[in-house]
Design a binder for this molecule. Structure first.
Ligand code: HMG
Ligand code: MG
Length: 311
């Protein structure tokens, strides 16, 4: 299988959104903007900069409008995007000239209710005008499907449920579906089964993987995706982003872990790993603790060894 790997992969950076949304302390707006700029400088092609959700639900990103305003004048090469749960969120994104947004919902009914306070049926109704307005003004819409590998309330989620949500979001106009292992419980055999089912209906270019590394299997799951032709993978700088259902465990797949593995396998990403490490060190400063990313630790140690041997 490993001879069929893609030559190039898109790393979709979610640190400023999925990472920071779980931070207990509030990171000042100018530091969030510095972080986004550091990620762009590191060559990330797409960066999710914030979330236009209800600030009472996600206080850590209550300054979404200010973050987006500070980056409004930015022009390429990276595409900046943000989470939008409804028309209110879209209004806020459009006010700041966002050219891409991402909607999100869950494969299971209970997680959807807890996360966005709607049934899945109500969610499609709330999304319909978001997609229609985005199509009218040429804004691209990505869609996340959460808890695909397992739900904290319902346990295993049937493939039929994942397919139904995926189908509806594609019909509404999502350019890409990001399948999320929200609580990081997936394993490679399961990933193969899920992708077999989804790729039976959806072209592989329209599928992304959003793996959380809570139990250490995120890279193994990505490898299965790579073998099956997936070329977009979500990741978060330094593994930033906890998992509320596994206190103390790491959250998102760390961007440096992913990029380090891909580059080692000869797969291009356009990301400068050294600059990515600089950006991760900046995050460590901002959050005031070491991050969980494993490649980060190894790359920082290698830097120190090089420095010492050149002294
Ligand atoms: P609701 O309370 O049902 O909303 O929340 P509502 O429509 O009834 O309105 C209630 C109040 O919220 C009103 O204000 C609205 O104006 C306000 P009031 O009149 O009471 O003063 N409101 C808003 N304010 C600002 N921006 C908005 C907005 N919408 C309503 N967009 C809602 C529904 C969806 C808004 C809420 O449930 C919410 O914000 N949820 C966010 C949950 C969230 O962000 N979760 C984390 C992201 S998902 C994730 O991390 C998974 C992912 O990474 C993939 C994976 O890992 O699987 C993507
Ligand atoms: Mg996530």
């Amino acid at each position: 299988m490993l001879d069929r790997l893609p030559q190039r992969v898109q790393v979709y950076e979610v640190g400023p959104r999925d990472g920071l949304q779980n931070e207990p302390g509030f990171i000042p707006t100018e530091d969030k903007v510095r972080l986004v700029r550091a990620l762009i400088d590191a060559g990330l092609p797409r960066v999710e900069i914030t979330s236009f959700v209800n600030p009472r639900w996600i206080p850590a990103l209550a300054d979404a409008d200010h973050v987006a305003a500070a980056l409004e004048a930015y022009e390429g090469p990276a595409i900046l995007t943000a989470l939008v749960p409804n028309e209110r969120g879209l209004d806020r994104a459009l006010d700041h000239g966002m050219r891409e947004v991402a909607v999100f919902m869950s494969a299971s009914e209970s997680h959807n209710q807890r996360n966005i306070n709607k049934t899945r049926a109500e969610t499609y109704d709330a999304f319909a005008p978001v997609f229609a307005r985005c199509a009218a003004v040429g804004v691209a819409v990505r869609a996340y499907v959460s808890v695909v590998w397992g739900c904290p309330y319902e346990g295993e989620v049937a493939a039929a449920e994942v397919l139904e949500v995926t189908r509806r979001l594609i019909e509404l106009g999502a350019y890409q579906i990001s399948l999320g292992d929200t609580i990081g419980v997936g394993n490679p055999a399961q990933t193969r089964r899920i992708l077999d089912a989804v790729l039976n209906e959806v072209p592989v270019e329209r599928v992304a993987l959003h793996m959380h590394d809570t139990r250490g299997a995120a890279l193994a799951n990505c490898l299965v995706g790579l073998e099956m032709g997936v070329t977009t993978f979500d990741a978060s700088l330094g593994g930033l982003g906890g998992c509320p259902y596994a206190p103390g465990a790491s959250g998102n797949l760390a961007t440096e872990d992913l990029v380090n593995m891909l580059h080692g396998m000869g797969i291009e990403t356009g990301v400068d790993l050294d600059r990515l490490v600089d950006a991760a060190l900046l995050v460590e400063q901002l959050v005031g603790r070491p991050l969980t990313g494993r490649a980060l630790k190894a790359l920082v140690a290698a830097r120190q060894t090089r420095r010492r041997s050149s002294e």
